[in-house]
Design a protein around this ligand. Structure first.
Ligand code: SF4
Length: 329
């Protein structure tokens, strides 16, 4: 385990965000990083609990205490290997996962200062890329070909796993670039698209093929494959069927978020199709992550004001009887 007493002496330290006055003027990533020494101190706080609830909470089953221990000891390569055993893209989850594990950390229960698991994950992934620990694998081919329809997180993950087992994988997607919602939904200020490109370079070097800008008809699947994996996600928005919905100036979140990412990628749109909050008073309906992405995007586009409304009551601050630890609050 990491330092057995560190959790008593070292407080949780988050890297924090760039200053507001600076970050609202651009679409670059807002989260900062700690230096290696501070990062190791944060990893040292992990108590390697007998029952690690963080395992239970993580949808990927990441082995958090094991990679914290390696990180604390400065074994960055080993930390990455532990992480990569369960997580194909720790550089994505390290940036945008809501970190369910941290809410289940025993230090969340005892002092409300869980281990900075998500940030540590991102730091390990960045070190692995920087130090060249991520080498494209060249698996022995088994002669079978698989087509994956949809190059979002699910399709990319399926591609990784199948490729590692020796299948020849081709990803199809209607969008010009792979990534799905990672690329065309999540704002750049949360996930820089260069981070996606970097990983796509690894997948390509491993032999995974990309057929982008291709709309696949599920009744007429591309020929020449032994199996098909449909990973198309849920691009259909949940609309509000209420009077006035047809009025001008009402958009679904992804119309705005996706277009902004396309624009940042160098695409242009005719004026009549532009969704831009510049000089507008914006009302965001919905108080979740997508709503907050729309707020951040509206502010960066130059909205005069932004108001957000949410149907649910204000969540309690701190402990919530309805969702006691180790549940997600
Ligand atoms: S940050 Fe997310 S992906 Fe990473 S260990 Fe926690 S729950 Fe799992």
């Amino acid at each position: 385990m990491a330092d057995p007493k560190a959790f008593l002496n070292i407080p949780r330290q988050e890297a924090g965000y760039r200053p507001v006055h600076e970050r609202i003027t651009d679409f670059s990533q807002v989260e900062q990083t700690l230096n290696s020494h501070e990062r190791k101190l944060q990893a040292s706080r992990c108590m390697d609990c007998g029952v690690p609830f963080c395992h239970w909470a993580c949808p990927l089953g990441n082995k958090q205490p094991e990679f914290q221990d390696a990180l604390y000891k400065g074994k960055w390569r080993e930390a990455y290997e532990v992480l990569a055993a369960t997580n194909d893209f720790p550089e994505f989850t390290g940036r945008i996962c809501p970190a369910l594990c941290e809410k289940s950390c025993v230090l969340k229960l005892s002092c409300d200062e869980p281990v900075t698991i998500r940030e540590n994950e991102a730091a390990i992934a960045e070190a692995a890329f920087r130090e060249g620990y991520i080498v494209p694998i060249q698996p022995e081919r088994n002669g079978k070909r698989v087509a994956i329809i949809g190059a979002g997180p699910a399709g990319l993950s399926a591609a990784c796993r199948l490729n590692a087992k020796g299948y020849e994988v081709t990803l199809f997607d209607s969008k010009p670039m792979p990534g799905g919602l990672l690329r065309y939904g999540i704002p750049n200020f949360k996930l820089d698209k260069a981070v996606i490109d970097r990983r796509m370079g690894v997948l390509e070097a491993e032999g995974i093929k990309f057929e982008m800008g291709v709309t696949v008809d599920v009744q007429n699947l591309p020929a020449g494959f032994d199996a098909y994996c449909i990973c198309t996600g849920t691009p259909q928005a949940r609309d509000l069927n209420i009077p006035g919905r047809e009025l001008k100036g009402i958009y679904l979140a992804l119309e705005m978020l996706s277009q902004q990412n396309h624009i940042l990628d160098g695409e242009t749109f005719p004026k009549e199709r532009l969704v831009n909050a510049k000089g507008k008073r914006v009302l965001v309906i919905g108080g979740g992550d997508t709503g907050s992405d729309c707020i951040g995007t509206s502010i960066r586009q130059g909205a005069v004001s932004v108001t957000q409304i949410e149907i649910m009551p204000q969540p309690p601050v701190g402990h919530n009887d309805a969702t006691p630890w180790p549940q997600w609050p």
